[in-house]
Design a protein around this ligand. Structure first.
Ligand code: ZN
Length: 187
């Protein structure tokens, strides 16, 4: 079974936050994240306000905030930063992206194959566009900075306005979200 994550990413793919201290403090203050997870790099337990900041769409979501006897997987938040180039983040649930011009879907490929090129040419209108301009239909993102909220299934929950406004205010760019299913082999 792949691991699912709700992934938050800045709309400006070049955004690199050199010092995350202020932003992390604010995420602690609003209650999205809590203490760091021992032994993990850039990972935090979910904060006290997690279920009010991340809107679950089902009527009674079951969120596991720590590993228990039944399951070692639980919801936590991790942060990935790529220092050099932005990259396409995608997984097993990747959908073929739609052309920014004519909305035609590209042919289906694996995430790694899309990664080979910085641009993709539309089979319908024959124009080429950078990867980040294609519509990945909330199944991938192109960025340097990504925040991963683990064990949230595709479409199960959306980030609320409070979280998105904090991210926007601290980084001067709007943020979006997508869902990525990470296969266990790549962990
Ligand atoms: Zn096109």
């Amino acid at each position: 079974m792949p691991r699912y994550a709700l992934v938050l990413y800045p709309q400006n793919p070049e955004l690199l936050i050199e010092d995350k201290t202020a932003l992390l403090r604010e995420l602690v203050d609003i209650g999205l994240i809590d203490k760091t997870i021992p032994g993990e790099k850039s990972a935090w337990y979910a904060g006290e306000q997690f279920v009010s900041l991340i809107s679950f769409l089902g009527c009674s979501p079951y969120v596991r905030f720590a590993p228990d006897e039944e399951c070692s997987r639980f919801t936590y938040i991790s942060w990935q930063t790529l220092d050099s180039e932005p990259a396409l983040h995608a997984g097993e649930n990747l959908k073929p992206p739609r052309c920014p011009e004519c909305k035609t879907a590209a042919e289906s490929r694996l995430a790694n194959d899309y990664q080979l090129d910085k641009e993709l040419t539309c089979s319908q209108c024959l124009q080429s566009f950078p990867l980040q301009q294609w519509s990945w239909r909330q199944s991938a993102c192109y960025a340097k900075e990504t925040i991963w909220i683990w064990e949230v299934f595709e479409g199960e929950a959306v980030p609320g306005d409070v979280v998105m406004k904090v991210l926007e205010k601290q980084t001067n760019t709007r943020w979006s979200y997508c869902y990525i299913a990470v296969s266990e082999q790549t962990q």
